[in-house]
Design a protein around this ligand. Structure first.
Ligand code: Q9C
Ligand code: ZN
Length: 372
């Protein structure tokens, strides 16, 4: 299986995120993608290709142009405004209760993008977990190109291809970034595939978190079926979306499928949910599935509460491929660095119908370089 990768993600070199008002070591770090790259290189069965540039049009096909412009200039604006911060994070978010009692027309007339960078970040952002630095915008643009190049490989006939996207994407909505995500790589790829083929497309989201952005983007769409297995939002990010009764509206009625699972979910319960998700996908026509692939469902993940093992990823890859549809597999989350490379290798080998044997210990180093 071909792997699409670019070092451009290294520019999004964040080290700190904020969690409930406190600075904490960042989870979504550059080393993640380098560890996956090293493991897939060490495997030897994954040829690497660089992404090609696809321009802005496929991005504005799913995102508000204002979000693109904000992300493009946010860092230079922060510097121009002499706000002395190592990264940009919002100061104030427009909580909907701020406008309680005002008519929709009044609110529409009042709420506009501020000028100050911390207000502007609040206007476009969901949370304080997606710090923006000098290299964030080029990295996010490159991650979109990775996703679109992965889709191109499948549109050209590949059974499956893997895009090592970083930063991830599934929390980014049409007019919002957040949750470590800036552009919604999977949604942009799904939209491009619909436009190229005229077929229906399914998104299978197996990141630990609900992909609120993907759900929002396709909420009223009858041609993109979104199916997600994730932590119950009563207990986990993104808290305000991801429940089973969110099923879509209009043309999209019945096309959104959320399968929330309890804390502590292990392999057996998770694999049952995978089977239900795959049956749901098989229930609508189409020949291509976009997979939002996260490994934050792993037992040792620092921000997840599930208990999956590496062997389960091999089995999930195998079952997903046995749908008989072509797969555009795009990396989302997964934060337990020592296991990331092996978990990716296991999933992708499963999708290829190849067995999985762990690499010899020390086969690749924690710094992301292949040993000897
Ligand atoms: N204690 C993805 O996996 N909240 N995003 C983190 C940590 C934000 C996850 C809280 C989680 C975002 C792509
Ligand atoms: Zn996640």
């Amino acid at each position: 299986m071909q792997v699409v990768y670019t070092p451009a993600h290294l520019g999004h070199d964040i080290t700190v995120e904020t969690y409930m008002g406190m600075p904490v070591p960042a989870n979504e770090v550059a080393e993640r993608a380098e560890l996956i790259r090293a493991a897939l290189e060490a495997d030897g069965g994954f040829p690497f290709v660089a992404p090609s540039e696809h321009g802005e049009a496929p991005i504005t096909a799913v995102h508000d142009e204002g979000l693109v412009r904000f992300l493009e200039v946010a860092w230079s604006e922060l510097r121009a405004q002499r706000i002395d911060r190592p990264f940009l994070s919002a100061d104030t978010y427009p909580n909907r209760a701020m406008f309680e009692g005002m008519s929709e027309a009044a609110v529409a007339g009042l709420v506009r993008e501020p000028i100050q960078a911390g207000g502007r970040a609040g206007f476009w952002g969901l949370d304080s977990a997606a710090p923006l630095v000098a290299g964030t915008y080029p990295a996010a643009r490159a991650a979109v190109d990775v996703a679109l190049t992965t889709a191109d490989l499948v549109l050209a006939g590949a059974t499956a291809a893997y895009g090592l996207c970083r930063p991830p994407g599934h929390h980014a909505a049409r007019s919002m970034y957040g949750g470590y995500c800036f552009f919604n790589n999977a949604a942009i790829a799904a939209e491009a595939i619909v436009r190229a083929t005229g077929e229906r497309v399914a998104i299978l989201d197996v990141d630990y978190h609900h992909g609120n952005g993907s759900q929002q983007i396709f909420w009223r769409r009858g041609d993109v079926r979104y199916v997600s297995i994730h932590a119950d939002p009563d207990h986990d990010y993104p808290y305000f979306l991801g429940r089973a009764d969110e099923t879509g509206e209009g043309d999209g009625a019945g096309e959104n499928h959320n399968l929330p699972l309890a804390s502590g979910t292990g392999n057996a319960v998770y694999l049952e949910a995978v089977d239900r998700a795959l049956e749901t996908i098989a229930g609508a026509p189409g020949s291509i599935v976009v997979v939002s692939l996260g490994f934050d469902t792993y037992g040792l993940d620092p921000i997840g509460s599930f208990a999956l093992t590496t062997d389960a990823y091999h089995e999930i890859g195998r079952r997903t491929a046995s749908l008989g549809r072509r797969l555009v597999i795009l990396q989302e989350g997964g934060y337990h660095r020592p296991s990331l490379g092996e978990n990716a290798r296991a999933w992708l080998r499963g999708a290829e119908g190849r067995p999985f044997e762990p690499l010899p210990a020390g086969g690749f180093g924690a710094n992301g370089t292949v040993a000897g």
